[in-house]
Design a protein around this ligand. Structure first.
Ligand SMILES: [Zn+2]
Length: 236
Protein backbone atom coordinates (compact mmCIF):
# COMPACT_ATOMS: atom_id res chain seq x y z
CA UNK A 1 0.00 0.00 0.00
CA UNK A 2 0.93 3.63 -0.30
CA UNK A 3 0.73 5.74 2.87
CA UNK A 4 0.69 9.55 2.91
CA UNK A 5 1.12 11.49 6.15
CA UNK A 6 0.39 15.15 5.47
CA UNK A 7 1.08 17.74 8.16
CA UNK A 8 1.68 21.42 8.82
CA UNK A 9 5.23 21.48 10.23
CA UNK A 10 8.42 19.51 9.71
CA UNK A 11 8.15 17.53 12.99
CA UNK A 12 4.38 16.92 13.28
CA UNK A 13 4.16 13.58 11.48
CA UNK A 14 6.93 12.09 13.60
CA UNK A 15 5.18 12.98 16.85
CA UNK A 16 1.66 11.88 15.93
CA UNK A 17 2.13 8.92 13.60
CA UNK A 18 5.87 8.14 13.35
CA UNK A 19 5.43 4.75 15.01
CA UNK A 20 2.51 3.81 12.78
CA UNK A 21 4.52 4.82 9.70
CA UNK A 22 7.40 2.64 10.92
CA UNK A 23 5.02 -0.34 11.22
CA UNK A 24 3.61 0.41 7.75
CA UNK A 25 7.16 0.45 6.39
CA UNK A 26 7.86 -2.93 8.03
CA UNK A 27 4.86 -4.52 6.33
CA UNK A 28 6.14 -3.28 2.97
CA UNK A 29 4.22 -0.05 2.40
CA UNK A 30 5.59 2.96 0.53
CA UNK A 31 5.73 5.95 2.86
CA UNK A 32 5.29 9.56 1.72
CA UNK A 33 5.57 12.47 4.15
CA UNK A 34 4.19 15.84 2.98
CA UNK A 35 5.02 18.97 4.98
CA UNK A 36 3.03 22.13 4.28
CA UNK A 37 5.19 24.81 5.90
CA UNK A 38 8.95 25.17 5.97
CA UNK A 39 9.22 25.90 9.69
CA UNK A 40 10.81 29.27 8.99
CA UNK A 41 9.99 30.84 12.36
CA UNK A 42 11.19 27.91 14.45
CA UNK A 43 14.13 29.48 16.24
CA UNK A 44 14.74 31.95 19.05
CA UNK A 45 18.34 32.59 18.01
CA UNK A 46 18.64 36.23 16.78
CA UNK A 47 21.58 35.28 14.56
CA UNK A 48 19.49 32.82 12.54
CA UNK A 49 17.35 34.19 9.68
CA UNK A 50 14.07 32.77 8.42
CA UNK A 51 15.85 31.42 5.35
CA UNK A 52 18.55 29.77 7.48
CA UNK A 53 16.15 28.01 9.83
CA UNK A 54 13.96 26.90 6.90
CA UNK A 55 17.02 25.35 5.22
CA UNK A 56 18.02 23.63 8.48
CA UNK A 57 14.54 22.26 8.99
CA UNK A 58 14.38 20.96 5.42
CA UNK A 59 17.59 19.01 6.05
CA UNK A 60 16.23 17.71 9.37
CA UNK A 61 13.00 16.59 7.66
CA UNK A 62 15.03 14.79 4.98
CA UNK A 63 17.08 13.03 7.67
CA UNK A 64 13.91 11.93 9.46
CA UNK A 65 12.24 10.71 6.25
CA UNK A 66 15.43 8.81 5.32
CA UNK A 67 15.01 6.63 8.45
CA UNK A 68 11.91 5.10 6.80
CA UNK A 69 13.25 5.53 3.26
CA UNK A 70 10.20 7.79 2.85
CA UNK A 71 9.62 10.24 0.02
CA UNK A 72 9.40 13.82 1.33
CA UNK A 73 7.10 16.40 -0.30
CA UNK A 74 8.15 19.88 0.87
CA UNK A 75 5.44 22.44 0.07
CA UNK A 76 7.43 25.39 1.44
CA UNK A 77 4.65 27.65 2.74
CA UNK A 78 5.44 30.14 5.52
CA UNK A 79 5.26 28.77 9.06
CA UNK A 80 2.44 30.22 11.22
CA UNK A 81 0.67 31.69 8.18
CA UNK A 82 -0.76 28.72 6.32
CA UNK A 83 -3.72 30.16 4.44
CA UNK A 84 -6.73 28.55 2.84
CA UNK A 85 -6.61 29.86 -0.71
CA UNK A 86 -6.46 28.46 -4.22
CA UNK A 87 -2.66 28.18 -4.27
CA UNK A 88 -2.60 26.16 -1.04
CA UNK A 89 -5.46 23.91 -2.12
CA UNK A 90 -3.86 23.19 -5.50
CA UNK A 91 -0.56 22.38 -3.77
CA UNK A 92 -2.30 19.96 -1.40
CA UNK A 93 -4.19 18.37 -4.31
CA UNK A 94 -0.87 17.94 -6.09
CA UNK A 95 0.76 16.39 -3.01
CA UNK A 96 -2.06 13.84 -2.76
CA UNK A 97 -1.83 13.10 -6.48
CA UNK A 98 1.95 12.72 -6.32
CA UNK A 99 1.63 10.36 -3.34
CA UNK A 100 -1.29 8.30 -4.78
CA UNK A 101 -2.15 7.12 -1.25
CA UNK A 102 -4.34 4.21 -0.20
CA UNK A 103 -4.24 5.68 3.32
CA UNK A 104 -3.79 9.31 4.32
CA UNK A 105 -3.06 10.61 7.82
CA UNK A 106 -4.11 14.20 8.48
CA UNK A 107 -4.24 16.62 11.43
CA UNK A 108 -7.34 16.77 13.57
CA UNK A 109 -9.36 19.96 13.16
CA UNK A 110 -9.45 20.04 16.98
CA UNK A 111 -5.69 20.62 17.24
CA UNK A 112 -4.34 23.63 19.15
CA UNK A 113 -2.30 25.10 16.29
CA UNK A 114 -3.98 27.05 13.47
CA UNK A 115 -1.54 25.64 10.87
CA UNK A 116 -2.45 22.11 12.05
CA UNK A 117 -6.19 22.76 11.89
CA UNK A 118 -5.94 24.30 8.44
CA UNK A 119 -3.60 21.63 7.05
CA UNK A 120 -6.07 19.04 8.34
CA UNK A 121 -9.13 20.65 6.83
CA UNK A 122 -7.47 21.39 3.48
CA UNK A 123 -6.10 17.84 3.19
CA UNK A 124 -9.53 16.46 4.02
CA UNK A 125 -11.18 18.64 1.39
CA UNK A 126 -8.41 18.13 -1.20
CA UNK A 127 -8.85 14.33 -1.24
CA UNK A 128 -11.93 14.75 -3.44
CA UNK A 129 -10.75 17.22 -6.14
CA UNK A 130 -7.51 15.17 -6.26
CA UNK A 131 -9.66 12.52 -7.99
CA UNK A 132 -11.32 14.92 -10.45
CA UNK A 133 -9.79 14.97 -13.97
CA UNK A 134 -10.89 18.51 -14.85
CA UNK A 135 -9.06 19.85 -11.78
CA UNK A 136 -5.71 20.18 -13.53
CA UNK A 137 -2.44 20.29 -11.55
CA UNK A 138 1.06 18.91 -12.15
CA UNK A 139 0.12 15.29 -11.43
CA UNK A 140 -2.75 13.16 -12.79
CA UNK A 141 -5.86 12.38 -10.72
CA UNK A 142 -5.76 9.66 -8.09
CA UNK A 143 -8.34 7.62 -6.14
CA UNK A 144 -9.84 8.97 -2.90
CA UNK A 145 -7.94 7.37 0.01
CA UNK A 146 -8.99 6.12 3.43
CA UNK A 147 -8.32 9.02 5.82
CA UNK A 148 -7.37 8.87 9.48
CA UNK A 149 -7.13 11.90 11.74
CA UNK A 150 -3.99 11.93 13.88
CA UNK A 151 -3.99 12.65 17.58
CA UNK A 152 -3.53 16.25 18.77
CA UNK A 153 -0.46 17.38 20.67
CA UNK A 154 -0.71 15.82 24.15
CA UNK A 155 -4.14 14.53 23.19
CA UNK A 156 -6.21 17.57 24.06
CA UNK A 157 -9.81 17.43 22.75
CA UNK A 158 -9.09 14.12 20.95
CA UNK A 159 -10.75 10.80 21.77
CA UNK A 160 -9.08 8.08 19.69
CA UNK A 161 -11.29 5.61 17.87
CA UNK A 162 -8.38 3.26 17.09
CA UNK A 163 -5.04 2.65 18.75
CA UNK A 164 -1.88 1.34 17.08
CA UNK A 165 0.55 -0.41 19.43
CA UNK A 166 3.87 1.21 18.55
CA UNK A 167 5.86 -0.19 21.49
CA UNK A 168 8.16 -2.23 19.26
CA UNK A 169 9.11 0.73 17.04
CA UNK A 170 9.51 3.47 19.67
CA UNK A 171 13.24 3.61 19.01
CA UNK A 172 12.56 4.42 15.34
CA UNK A 173 9.87 6.97 16.22
CA UNK A 174 12.18 8.67 18.73
CA UNK A 175 15.03 8.72 16.22
CA UNK A 176 12.77 10.38 13.63
CA UNK A 177 11.61 13.09 16.03
CA UNK A 178 15.14 13.60 17.31
CA UNK A 179 16.27 14.31 13.73
CA UNK A 180 14.66 17.72 14.25
CA UNK A 181 17.60 18.83 16.35
CA UNK A 182 16.89 22.56 15.99
CA UNK A 183 13.52 22.17 17.66
CA UNK A 184 14.61 20.89 21.06
CA UNK A 185 15.86 24.33 22.15
CA UNK A 186 12.99 26.11 20.37
CA UNK A 187 10.27 24.07 22.08
CA UNK A 188 11.94 24.69 25.41
CA UNK A 189 12.06 28.43 24.59
CA UNK A 190 8.37 28.65 23.57
CA UNK A 191 6.68 26.10 25.82
CA UNK A 192 9.21 25.37 28.55
CA UNK A 193 9.08 21.64 27.78
CA UNK A 194 11.22 19.17 25.85
CA UNK A 195 9.30 17.87 22.86
CA UNK A 196 10.67 14.32 22.79
CA UNK A 197 9.66 13.99 26.44
CA UNK A 198 6.15 15.19 25.59
CA UNK A 199 5.93 12.67 22.75
CA UNK A 200 6.91 9.87 25.16
CA UNK A 201 4.36 11.02 27.77
CA UNK A 202 1.60 11.03 25.15
CA UNK A 203 2.72 7.64 23.83
CA UNK A 204 2.63 6.14 27.33
CA UNK A 205 -0.80 7.66 28.03
CA UNK A 206 -2.32 6.34 24.81
CA UNK A 207 -0.51 3.08 25.49
CA UNK A 208 -2.10 2.82 28.94
CA UNK A 209 -5.52 3.43 27.39
CA UNK A 210 -4.84 0.64 24.88
CA UNK A 211 -3.42 -1.78 27.50
CA UNK A 212 0.08 -1.71 26.07
CA UNK A 213 3.27 0.27 26.68
CA UNK A 214 3.17 2.84 23.85
CA UNK A 215 0.40 3.61 21.37
CA UNK A 216 -0.73 6.19 18.83
CA UNK A 217 -4.40 7.16 18.57
CA UNK A 218 -6.45 7.80 15.42
CA UNK A 219 -9.95 8.53 14.24
CA UNK A 220 -11.28 7.27 10.93
CA UNK A 221 -12.83 9.96 8.75
CA UNK A 222 -16.49 9.03 8.54
CA UNK A 223 -17.69 11.14 5.66
CA UNK A 224 -19.14 10.88 2.23
CA UNK A 225 -17.91 9.49 -0.13
CA UNK A 226 -17.21 6.67 2.32
CA UNK A 227 -13.79 5.19 1.66
CA UNK A 228 -12.93 4.32 5.26
CA UNK A 229 -11.41 0.96 6.08
CA UNK A 230 -9.90 0.72 9.58
CA UNK A 231 -8.33 -2.64 8.69
CA UNK A 232 -5.71 -0.68 6.72
CA UNK A 233 -4.02 0.36 10.00
CA UNK A 234 -0.95 -1.78 10.81
CA UNK A 235 -0.95 -4.21 13.73
CA UNK A 236 2.05 -4.64 16.04
ZN1 LIG B 1 3.24 21.56 14.28
Amino acid sequence: MRILAIAAHPDDVEWQCGGTLALCKERGDEIIIAVATNGNVGTGDPLITREMIAATRHEEAKASAAILDAHLIWMDFDDEFLTDNRETRERFIDAIREARPDVMFIHSVLDHHPDHRLAGSIARDARIPASVPLVVTNFPPTAIPTVFEMDTELGNHFEPEFYVDVTRVMETKTAMLSSHKSQAAWMMHVFGTEFTENMLIQGRFRGAQACTQYAEGFKLLHDWPYTGDARLLPSK
